[in-house]
Design a protein around this ligand. Structure first.
Ligand SMILES: O=C(O)CCC(=O)C(=O)O
Ligand SMILES: [Fe+2]
Length: 204
């Protein structure tokens, strides 16, 4: 076996690739990309994050109020080491793939823990910072039980939904954070799900 393969194999598993990625254009220059089964070692990432992330309850400013968001969170800021090497490799691979279009690299990683179907996040755009005024991207990697990402235009109109399953990648891009809103609705029954959201500098 050649050394390169061995090193890469043990440190980060198979590098994710973007074969099978599909883009769904929305209105007003927003879009969503979906790539199923994208993340290598998804089982191990799930178990490691449940155990090692310093999870805390979320308080979040939304619609000019601070509201409780029923889920656990922790955000890895620029330069903080991520809790699994596959997540470092995934960030670099996403940056390499999207940089020509995004014009910059992904820098932070927000982690969310939806413990069961009662955990959720209400309708919002990631508009703290530049998402409020500029086109940007938020790349979401999911592990654990599938949950639905609902999206609806701010101006009014039908909502759509994208299933986020174990190892799936979903990227919201273009004007999505300001012209559309998204939510992870409560469901009658679900097991635990973790979400890792990669964002560029000053997008939250
Ligand atoms: O759970 C997800 O994947 C989406 C989370 C989200 O929209 C957010 O934290 O801003
Ligand atoms: Fe969001």
């Amino acid at each position: 076996m050649d050394v390169q393969t061995t090193l890469f194999g043990s440190a980060t598993g198979t590098a994710p690739d973007f074969t099978g990625l599909e883009r769904r254009p929305l209105t007003e220059g927003a879009w969503v990309d979906v790539c199923r089964g994208w993340l290598p070692e998804a089982d191990d990432v799930f178990a490691t994050l449940v155990r090692d992330v310093p999870w805390r309850a979320e308080r979040r400013k939304m619609y000019d109020r601070v509201v409780d968001v029923p889920r656990l969170v922790y955000t890895y800021m620029i330069g903080e080491q991520l809790p699994h090497p596959v997540l470092e490799a995934a960030r670099e691979s996403l940056s390499d793939h999207y940089e020509p279009e995004l014009g910059e690299r992904f820098r932070t990683a927000g982690c969310c823990y939806y413990r069961d179907g009662r955990d959720s996040v209400a309708w919002h755009g990631d508009r703290i910072g530049r998402g409020n005024t500029h086109d940007t991207m938020v790349a979401i990697v999911s592990v654990g039980d599938p949950r639905r990402l609902a999206l609806r235009p701010v101006a009014g109109g039908d909502s759509i939904s994208v299933e986020m399953g174990h190892g799936d990648l979903v990227v919201m891009g273009g004007s999505c954070q300001r012209t559309w809103e998204h939510a992870v609705p409560k469901v009658a029954s679900a097991g635990p799900r973790l979400s890792i959201q990669y964002r560029p500098f000053n997008v939250f």
